[in-house]
Design a protein around this ligand. Structure first.
Ligand SMILES: [Zn+2]
Length: 509
């Protein structure tokens, strides 16, 4: 994304409100700097980082690898595929209060939470037609009204689900088919029919991809959409409101661990909402599992898991990894003094490294899966060497992440996952910069999102620099381990809390 465009777009509306008072706990010198840091400039910084909002771009395969060896999941009976309409009819009376409880949690726990307008409260009374019931449910979740919500699975390899009818990408996702899969008859999706059975693992793995299929697009007041005007989210806090895919970024990124001086200058950075999505969908998942609607239970669980997994990507948990607050202020001062080059270069480099990391991760996992069906990244995703133990809020700061909690708590996306991800971000950025070809991560004349289309970084490194490829694998392994650990902990929370009559174990923390 062009830096110039971003700055221009971000100075044009009300999100660039008056400067906050500097944080008085900081030194006088720093306070002065914060006053000199216009919000517009920080907006532009954030925008560039928000462009690659896919995070890990193959959630389905990564989730499958993380969960496939879980005996608790493997021993579950297959679940019966149910249409959303059937689920909504069966739970018409129960869902209003269930969603109200989720809403009350978000109002209490999510900082800067934009409350759901009362008019969107789910009430099925008087909705005779399935379309109307569905419309009200989608509005209560505040997701895009054109979401497909088809019954489908994503194939993880060409040999998967061979007997099932292929389903075009356009029937599953509202995003443009950039790779021309539909045209080439190469959609990775297959259709499910109501009443047939499918494994919970397949449902949850497929669903963990789904929030990237258009659910969170065009929801802000200034996106020029009807839903944006009524959903109550306010104006898009960062990112280009005219670029549809970018509009989902504030739901898929969690900037909880920036320096106070950054928040003082740019309060809009607090308006990131993965916690809201995670809690909303986990609430629905638990309700569906407890009431015998297991297909939707695992599907909603996959939706929630997506946002947890996004937070394990350090470039989704910090605004500008590798750039210190002081440096941000310095190059910003240069910009104000008429020398914008340093700022533009920093933005370009962070954005390129973000995309290059995701490209390497995705191509390397796919290669492992395609070749031997195993490899270091797939092993890291599935790594159960610590059993069910995982970091807790109390141990999130330890590098080893010791801990003993087996259940994924409702505060953990922020208190554990994003915290560990944010603290790993600076070192990760250094390693990415030192290991990947300089052209991709150290060349401000190169724009990865545009100039690297079709690049397979794993293949390139394997050919030209096996040592660099091995080094990158070592960089990505710990990230995949965290991804797997939280994915399994979340499934365990669903299993513990999803039985009829069980309370949500995560509430008792
Ligand atoms: Zn995402």
């Amino acid at each position: 994304m062009e830096v110039a465009d971003s700055a221009q777009l971000l100075t044009s509306d009300g999100m660039l409100g008056p400067m906050h008072r500097p944080d008085c706990r900081l030194s006088t010198r720093r306070c002065v700097f914060s006053v000199a840091l216009p919000r517009a400039v920080l907006s532009a910084w954030v925008l560039s980082c928000a462009a690659p909002a896919f995070a890990w771009s193959g959630h389905a395969l990564d989730t499958w690898a993380a969960l496939k060896d879980m005996p608790e999941l493997a021993r579950l009976e297959p679940v019966r595929v149910e249409s959303l309409d059937a689920f909504l009819v069966a739970q018409a009376d129960a869902l209003g209060p269930v969603l109200d409880a989720a809403e009350a949690w978000s109002r209490e726990h999510v900082p800067a939470y934009p409350p759901r307008p009362e008019a969107l409260r789910f009430d099925a009374a008087g909705a005779q037609l399935p379309d109307e019931r569905r419309r009200r449910f989608i509005a209560a979740l505040r997701i895009a009204p054109d979401v497909r919500l088809a019954l489908f699975l994503k194939r993880l390899s060409p040999n998967d689900a061979v007997g099932l009818p292929s389903l075009a990408r356009s029937r599953v996702s509202t995003l443009a088919d950039d790779d021309g899969e539909d045209k080439a008859g190469a959609s990775p999706f297959v259709a499910l029919r109501e009443g047939e059975t499918v494994s919970p693992l397949d449902v949850v793995a497929t669903a963990s991809d789904e929030p990237d299929y258009g659910l969170d697009i065009g929801l802000w007041e200034n996106n020029g959409t009807e839903q944006g005007r009524v959903y109550g989210f306010g104006k898009q806090p960062f990112g280009n409101p005219a670029l549809s895919f970018g509009t989902q970024a504030p739901f898929h990124m969690g900037f909880y661990y920036e320096s106070p001086i950054v928040y003082a200058a740019a309060g809009f950075l607090k308006r990131t909402y993965p916690e809201y999505r995670i809690h909303l969908y986990r609430t629905l998942a638990l309700h569906a599992l407890r009431t015998g609607h297991d297909y939707w239970g695992w599907r909603f669980a996959g939706w929630a898991m997506h946002y947890i997994q996004d937070l394990t990507q350090p470039y989704h948990a910090r605004v500008l990894p590798g750039v210190s607050t002081l440096r941000m202020l310095w190059i910003n001062a240069l910009d104000i003094a008429g020398a914008p080059g340093a700022k533009a270069r920093a933005i370009r480099l962070v954005s390129n490294r973000h995309l290059a990391l995701e490209n390497f991760q995705r191509t390397a996992v796919v290669a492992e899966q395609g070749a031997a069906g195993e490899g270091p990244l797939l092993r890291a995703l599935a790594d159960e060497s610590r059993g069910a133990s995982r970091p807790t809020a109390a141990t999130a700061g330890d590098e080893a992440g010791a801990g003993s909690s087996t259940v994924f708590g409702e505060d953990d996306p922020r208190a554990v996952v994003a915290k560990r991800s944010a603290s790993a971000a600076d070192a990760l950025d250094r390693e990415v910069a030192a290991t990947l070809p300089a052209r991709y991560v150290d060349d401000t004349g190169f724009e990865f999102g545009v100039d690297a289309r079709g690049v397979d970084l794993n293949e390139q490194l394997a050919k030209n620099g096996p040592a660099a490829r091995d080094a990158m694998i070592r960089v990505v392994v710990p990230l995949m381990r965290e991804y797997g650990v939280y994915s399994r902990a979340f499934v365990r929370a669903m299993l513990a809390g999803g039985r009829p009559g069980n309370a949500d174990p995560t509430r008792a923390r």
